[in-house]
Design a protein around this ligand. Structure first.
Ligand code: ADP
Ligand code: NAG
Ligand code: NAG
Ligand code: NAG
Ligand code: NAG
Ligand code: NAG
Ligand code: MG
Length: 485
């Protein structure tokens, strides 16, 4: 029953994938649906709908312009709102002007080995659907050289497209309208570059320019909050630190202070343990105008905040504070306090309080995070650990264990056993002492992202083997039943 269910599921997924891909290819070779315009009978309301759509299209176009002007690149969109005239899939002349111009102030020149041209997509293989939202769908594809990338396109079955079709009944116009969100995202990805923002590897636009556009992105994995909640504190801290570094960058970005209006975990992906922002179409750089402080209210379901209205008549810092509180309510509350190292708990509490009450700005928050990172990485928070603790253990260098009776602990770096990160053998000894069944542990040369060592804890093992990269620590006080030494 369940196997049938899952194979049905797989078949449905594949059918959908093929369908999406066909759409995707169609987008490249977009042909204007002539019937649409040559049909003699123009229905009632069509003109009004058309005008409404034209208005919307102009609004979207205007939304992108500030980002282009501030970069000194005006050619990126021509008057009709299309990316430069020569970026067609067929013409093989696809590099966006922005990337080709050496005078771009932000230094965002991407003509490097990471760049992927549209021609490299010709013999790609679609492997999977990575995700979709209201506006866009993301496919994992494998290029001919074997590297996999994520392709982001307009989601024709998405909510955004559906709503537009309901309002305007114009598939072509709606596709163009929704494509503006992806265009905005591409422009923002070019202007905003940071280790915690997904990397744009290239993009393609079809020759007709009716909106068929594809972003080529570094491939990540959708953020799985449940999975993250079950991972070691060190990994959860990494996500929070990355987020704070990102928010600090966004506050002082080349475009000004950027607010993420749709700030939710699903707008981020994980790339090798690092959090990266992928959905940028709802970013805003304008801060609201105001006459008095009451105009600068930041509203959340459970809290409202009031910010001062500046002398220039803008709610200065509102974007930054909005991001920071969202980071608190969507990330920090879930990821940070749980199982924090005891010696860092007061720092975590301070961060929770300062962000939860918006007492500090993003600079203060980053500083607090970096201080905590430094303490954790250098093991300074373990200063009061008795050095004698390691004397309870016999050390065997160049050895590892075999036939070990590992027991499970949580959260462990491996699923079968009990692998935890430690700063030193002393911290490992301290942990082993606190685990009731622990009789030994071994340290390998494997390290976590902070440089801490990975230690495996055991309740017993059958024999030792030589291993130049490992050390075994045996608890002296307990005899080990069944151990042959
Ligand atoms: N580079 C990527 N690698 C893997 N998955 C991605 C990538 N970019 C986006 N996704 C997934 O696709 C989903 C939809 O992308 P997103 O840009 O958020 O579209 P929308 O604007 O429709 O919300 C995301 O929620 C994420 O799970
Ligand atoms: C074209 O006109 C016919 C009636 O002559 C109508 O049934 C049809 O829906 C129209 N098609 C479009 C795309 O407007
Ligand atoms: C873009 O790069 C090509 C090749 O490097 C060069 O020939 C061309 O002049 C450049 N165009 C612009 C606008 O810089
Ligand atoms: C926030 O402000 C709104 C509008 O002023 C109000 O309706 C709401 O009750 C406030 N929420 C909280 C939690 O104070
Ligand atoms: C912050 O600390 C104050 C006083 O110590 C406390 O009343 C408040 O509930 C704390 N807020 C958060 C979000 O932890
Ligand atoms: C925050 O940090 C940025 C960059 O490090 C700096 O330019 C800015 O002046 C700082 N803001 C405040 C309020 O200290
Ligand atoms: Mg999204």
């Amino acid at each position: 029953m369940s196997t049938m269910g899952s194979s049905l599921c797989a078949a449905a997924l594949l059918a959908f994938l093929v369908f999406s891909l066909r759409l995707f290819v169609n987008n490249w070779h977009f042909r204007v649906d002539k019937e649409m315009f040559t049909n003699g009978t123009i229905e009632d309301g069509f003109v009004m709908e058309r005008n409404g759509l034209v208005h919307e299209l102009n609004e979207r176009r205007k939304e992108i312009l500030p980002f282009l002007i501030s970069s000194g690149v005006k050619r990126l969109l021509d008057e009709s709102g299309h990316f430069g005239q020569h970026q067609s899939f067929e013409s093989n002349h696809l590099d966006i002007n922005l990337e080709n111009e050496s005078d771009v102030s932000s230094g965002s020149i991407r003509m490097n080995k990471d760049h992927i041209g549209c021609d490299q997509l010709v013999d790609m293989k679609a492997v999977d659907i990575l995700g979709s939202g209201y506006t866009k769908i993301v496919l994992k594809v494998v290029l001919s050289e074997g590297q996999s990338v994520a392709l982001k396109t307009v989601y024709d079955q998405g909510t955004d497209m559906g709503r537009c079709l309901e309002d305007f009944k114009d598939p072509l116009g709606c596709h163009e309208l929704v494509s503006f969100k992806l265009k905005k995202e591409i422009v923002l990805l070019q202007r905003l570059q940071h280790p915690n923002i997904i990397k744009l590897r290239g993009h393609c636009e079809d020759s007709v320019g009716a909106g068929g556009i594809t972003a080529i992105l570094e491939q990540g994995f959708p953020l799985q909050m449940i999975q993250l909640l079950q991972s070691p504190w060190e990994e959860r801290f990494r996500v929070c630190l990355g987020l704070v570094r990102l928010l600090h960058y966004l506050s002082h970005s080349p475009l000004g202070s950027v607010a993420l209006l749709d700030f939710q975990p699903r707008q981020f992906v994980m790339v090798s343990g690092e959090l990266k922002l992928t959905d940028l179409d709802d970013a805003s750089v304008t801060e609201p105008a105001c006459q008095m402080d009451q105009d600068c209210i930041l509203q959340f379901p459970l809290r409202n905040f009031s910010l001062p209205c500046s002398a220039q008549g803008v709610c200065e810092g509102l974007n930054e504070m909005r991001n920071l509180y969202n980071a608190y309510r969507y990330f920090f509350t879930y990821l940070l306090p749980h199982q924090a190292p005891p010696a860092l708990r007061h720092l975590v509490d301070h961060i929770m309080n300062s962000t939860g009450e918006l007492k500090g700005d993003v600079n203060d928050t980053l500083e607090a995070f970096e201080d905590m990172f430094h303490l954790y990485k250098s093991g300074l928070h373990l200063d009061n650990m008795p050095p004698s603790i390691i004397r309870d253990y016999a050390v065997m260098k160049g050895m590892s264990i075999s036939g070990n009776m590992e027991y499970r602990c949580w959260p462990s770096y491996n699923h079968q056993g009990c692998m935890l990160s430690v700063h030193s053998d002393k911290e490992a000894a301290f942990i082993c002492n606190s685990l009731p069944q622990c009789t030994s542990f071994s340290l390998s040369n494997q390290r976590t992202w902070t440089g801490r060592l990975l230690a495996s804890f055991q309740s017993g093992f059958s024999h030792l083997v030589t291993d130049g990269n490992s050390e075994v620590y045996l608890k002296k006080t307990k005899a080990l039943p069944g151990t042959t030494l």
